[in-house]
Design a protein around this ligand. Structure first.
Ligand SMILES: C[S@@+](CC[C@H](N)C(=O)[O-])C[C@H]1O[C@@H](n2cnc3c(N)ncnc32)[C@H](O)[C@@H]1O
Length: 654
């Protein structure tokens, strides 16, 4: 299905459409373009000369609307797979001219109704004509309320300028256009409707990289690239500037359809004997080429040049932008397949092994061959950290006695068989217990745990380790020794739409785990809460509060914040760390996807005005929860008051 969602996988084919002028012979138009190599056409359905107000009252022939052919001229699957409807360009619903306004409204409704009748997958709406688009948005919003599952692509030119220009009186005046503002007003007027999306018009000059980045968090479905935006290479073939090429890779990577637009009457300078622009091989064209074929070939060449997905990226494909509830390993018992996923993440265990080796070397001098280090793995799961500990001991030549403490009875079964299988009976003692109430027979030199959530402390590592540090020697080492959570503001219209579709408060007051993909990261991440282990201070509390201020880079322009990405970074021991904060992330580690902290109402943030956000970690006798709110540029309600929607259960220690 050419217009369907694409997986972003190199093995999947890519689709490219072409914008066409009105032609009342749709079958011919389609076959010309499909034979020319395109997958779909963006076709004007209604005769551009038609105006409802020109229809004479007595003119019976005008009862039939001037659409290109009847629905029978193509099969239903041809209509839906190969045609995107282009709504008449002349419509102007915010015109001062009342009759034009009225004609526009009637025509828009007739065209959309016809397109729905044909089951087209999408219609391309012309750009709003001026800065004010209230009436246009009102009518589109009316249409959206009862639309079948067709998408409406609002055409938006990709432009942003911020120039100082001299006015008539010789004074400096600031001219500022940012087409994102136009899109933002329109979608707010249409209440962020999930069937309203964007077709970006790609122009010869591009705005700054930061401002372009915003669009990847918006619902961009198509990029229309006009032949004017291409350059010509030394051999006379079309090509794109480096910046345009980079943008195209971003579109491919985000499953954005490419549409080529240009004059099809003009013959391209290429003749029948062509030189392939990319590998210089001569080939003979036997059939008449589509006039835009060289542009299509170039787009295909850019796609072919993209990097093949790594194994990890391929694994993550199915999880992209899919909201998941975080694990509650303290309350729930993890399943075998969850452990299996953890255990595949070799990078995590390599880092732990490095940290344990360093701790063992610091604890016992090289020439001491008699000291036995007591190491306890608390939350041992099916044993990968036990194995990493024994490998560290072997690598450093230290003697070890291990306790593996695990509260999930099912994982304990596996632990027992592992110990037997590996012949570790004399070194490893398995303890089936909650670490918070286990009475250890001796104290540990090293306490190893991995109880971290995407947001660090959100799987209750602090509460569990507070309970376990009773059996750590006074000078003992905790691995990890500390961890810090981080957040960063995001444009994430897809995640927002998914949460909104539940139509309740609970989903807006939940922290999720999600492989972020169609998002724009608007500012560098900042640290939030830090926990240190062991923690012996007397007024120790796991409650936290942090106020953060984010500034968007000045060339970004305004942006909409739908929520925040959450990450963690853990210091395992000394310089050995483990984390997924984007700037310092441990490479090739996939155990954690970021957290997503949503906002009930997205916030429009403008350059120079800070985004102020507050986050609390609250602790009650039976549960831990987070509350959050924004206070600038506008205040939001405090989310998740008293943990009413989302909390982490501390569980019963009995
Ligand atoms: C994230 S998993 C890590 C498992 C294993 N260490 C690994 O790396 O694959 C955390 C484990 O800690 C266990 N756990 C969580 N809280 C615990 C507690 N209070 N006492 C004992 N085990 C606990 C869970 O059952 C789970 O097996």
């Amino acid at each position: 299905m050419p217009l369907g969602e694409r997986a972003g996988d190199k093995s999947d084919s890519r689709y490219c459409g072409v914008e066409t002028e009105f032609n009342d012979d749709i079958p011919q138009l389609l076959s010309l373009n499909i034979n020319g190599g395109f997958d779909f056409v963006v076709a004007t359905l209604m005769d551009p000369a038609y105006r409802p107000s020109l229809k004479g009252d007595n003119d019976k022939s005008c009862d039939v609307l001037p659409f290109a052919g009847s629905d029978l001229v193509l099969s239903p699957s041809q209509w839906s797979s190969h045609v995107v409807g282009r709504i008449s360009l002349w419509i102007d619903l915010d015109s001062e001219d009342e009759s034009l306004r009225r004609d526009s409204e009637i025509c828009l409704k007739q065209e959309i109704s016809w397109a729905s009748h044909l089951s087209l997958q999408a219609c391309l709406l012309p750009s709003p004509k001026g800065t004010s688009c209230g009436n246009y948005a009102r009518v589109v919003n009316q249409i959206l309320q009862s639309l079948n599952n067709m998408q409406l692509w609002l055409r938006i030119p990709l432009e942003k300028s911020d120039d100082d220009s001299v006015n008539e009186n010789g004074g400096l005046q600031r001219e500022h256009t940012d087409s994102w503002e136009m899109w933002n007003s329109f979608r707010i007027l249409c209440e962020h409707h999930s069937q309203l999306s964007i077709a970006l018009d790609i122009l010869p000059s591009l705005p700054s990289a930061n401002s372009l980045g915003r669009w990847f968090g918006e619902p961009v479905r198509a990029a229309i690239i006009h032949t004017n935006s291409f350059l010509t290479n030394a051999k006379g073939y079309p090509c794109l500037s480096k910046r345009h090429q980079k943008l195209m890779s971003g579109f491919f990577n985000h499953s954005i359809q490419i549409v080529i637009s240009g004059n099809q009457d003009q013959k391209h300078p290429l003749r029948s004997m062509d030189v392939d622009p990319n590998n210089n091989k001569n080939h003979v064209e036997s059939v008449q080429r589509h006039p835009l074929r060289p542009y299509l070939d170039y787009v295909g060449y850019l796609y072919q040049r993209m990097d093949v997905l790594s194994e990890q990226e391929r694994f993550e494909l199915g999880y992209r932008d899919f909201l998941q509830s975080p694990l509650q390993p303290l309350m729930d018992n993890l399943e075998a397949q969850t452990y299996e996923t953890f255990e595949k993440d070799t990078m995590k265990y390599i880092q732990y092994q490095r940290a344990i080796s360093k701790a063992l070397q610091d604890r016992v001098p090289d020439d001491d061959s008699s000291t036995v280090t007591i190491l306890m793995v608390v939350g041992a799961g099916r044993g990968p950290l036990v194995r990493a500990s024994l490998q560290a001991a072997e690598e450093t030549g230290r003697k070890l006695k291990v306790y593996a403490v695990e509260k999930n009875p099912n994982a304990v079964v596996t632990l027992h068989s592992l110990v037997k299988l590996e012949g570790w009976e004399n070194i490893v003692t398995i303890v089936s217990s909650d670490m918070r109430c286990w009475e250890a027979p001796e104290k540990a030199d090293i306490l190893v745990s991995e109880l971290l959530g995407s947001f660090g402390d959100n799987e209750l590592s602090p509460e569990c380790l507070d309970g376990a540090q009773r059996f750590l020697k006074e000078d003992g080492i905790s691995i990890p020794s500390s961890y810090t959570s981080y957040i960063q503001p995001l444009t994430a219209s897809k995640l927002y739409a998914d949460i909104k579709s539940h139509k309740d408060l609970v989903h807006f007051e939940t922290i999720y785990v999600v492989k972020l993909h169609r998002v724009a990261r608007l500012a560098p991440s900042q640290p939030v809460f830090t926990f240190v282990h062991p923690e012996y201070s007397t007024n120790n509390s796991n409650q936290r509060y942090k106020k953060l201020q984010f500034e968007l880079p000045s060339d970004t322009g305004s942006a909409l914040v739908h929520g925040f990405a959450g990450y963690f970074d853990a210091t395992l021991y000394k310089d050995v760390h483990l984390g997924m904060e984007p700037l310092t992330a441990t490479p090739n580690m996939f155990s954690w996807f970021p957290a997503f902290i949503p906002l009930r109402t997205p916030l429009c943030v403008r350059p120079g005005i800070p985004l102020e956000f507050h986050l609390w970690r609250c602790c009650g006798s039976t549960k831990v929860w987070y509350e959050w709110c924004a206070t600038s540029p506008t205040a939001s309600p405090v989310h998740n008051t008293n943990g009413r929607s989302y909390w982490l259960r501390k569980g019963d220690l009995g």
